[in-house]
Write a protein that binds this ligand. Structure first.
Ligand code: C5P
Length: 305
């Protein structure tokens, strides 16, 4: 057997803005958000093998069938009517359960990497529907760049790239479960509790987005900060360091900060941190850069974006 392998970056995302507009009859919540890929990334290596196996550099990440990478593999096998093997290695850098979409990104990259390794040819629509089954944020990672999203997060509209080169991501060492964060929402305090939001409506608001404190919202912040005050302290730390914006990403716990200048960012990166706090320098990743990084799988990426 040859030892062909494919190595792909699996990028993180932040949410520039995240509004929860109401609870739906299917138990999910109707969202309006603007996703953004950033250059912080895991690395996933897919190698030919008889058996399907997954190893991870981080021993705290479960590598059984519940891992989204293996669930993606099973979906692909079922979709293609095949049974294949692969040795998969995940080099983890994106903090887990940190609001940065690490698991969702890994799932999307697994669909792309394994379909390529196995010579399968799912259409972009088939890939998107597999992504949707794997999780609400997974379809975005087939697109990348800056994109508005509505519905559960799977209805996507690409936007003009927002470019911010001086980001800091601060993970306060707390894991926030997505389902728990949705359950903990104080529905009365949300941006808009009308559940009839549409992608067009969401995109209209997103079009005029300003990356300024006070212009961006995250409807999870109030309830998550209340339960985990350390996350608010991480936000306050970054604001005090002169960030133009410091806000929680997704359902937490990571705070992203936007700096105007590299010098101010560097001073922040050199600051002494509390135990368990992890800080990363990052930059936005445009849709073109995202697609180029996934070049080994280019034939599978949607052409309309
Ligand atoms: O789709 P995903 O598996 O990432 O979602 C995890 C959980 O978060 C869901 O089971 C649901 O409880 C909650 N969720 C939600 N509304 C969304 C997305 C997720 O209530 N739009």
């Amino acid at each position: 057997m040859s030892d062909r392998s494919i190595t792909l970056p699996s990028f993180a995302k932040i949410n520039w803005t995240l509004e929860v507009r109401g609870r739906r009859t299917d138990g999910y919540h109707e969202l309006c958000t603007v996703f953004q890929t950033v250059d912080l990334h895991d690395t996933v290596v897919f190698s030919e093998a008889e058996e399907l196996t997954l190893e991870c550099s981080d021993p705290t990440i479960p590598v059984g069938e519940e891992n989204l990478i293996l669930r993606a593999a099973r979906l692909l096998e079922r979709g293609g009517g095949v049974r294949r093997g692969a040795r998969i290695f995940l080099e983890k850098r994106i903090p887990a359960s940190g609001g940065l979409g690490g698991g969702s990104s890994n799932a999307a990259v697994a669909l792309l990497g394994l379909a390529t390794l196995w010579g399968l040819g799912p259409s972009a629509a088939e890939l998107a529907s597999m992504a949707e089954v794997l999780g609400s944020d997974v379809p975005f990672f087939l697109v990348g760049g800056t994109a508005a999203a509505a519905g559960r997060g799977e209805e996507l509209a690409p936007m003009q790239d927002i470019s911010e080169p001086f980001l800091v991501l601060l993970n306060p060492g707390v894991r926030v479960g997505t389902a728990e964060a949705f359950k903990g929402l104080n529905m009365q305090n949300l941006t808009d509790i009308r559940p009839e939001s549409t992608l067009a409506f969401c995109l209209k608001g997103a079009g005029s987005l300003q990356i300024e404190q006070g212009q961006l919202v995250n409807d999870f912040e109030a309830s998550v900060f209340e339960r985990e005050p350390g996350i608010r302290e991480a936000r306050d730390f970054l604001s005090a360091k002169g960030a133009r914006v410091a806000q929680m990403s997704g359902s937490g716990s990571t705070i992203f900060a936007v700096f105007d200048k590299e010098e101010t960012r560097q001073a922040t990166l050199k600051a002494t941190l509390r135990e368990n706090w992890r800080m990363f320098a990052a930059a936005t990743l445009s849709r073109t850069e995202y697609r180029e990084a996934l070049d080994p799988c280019h034939r599978l990426l949607p052409i309309s974006f």
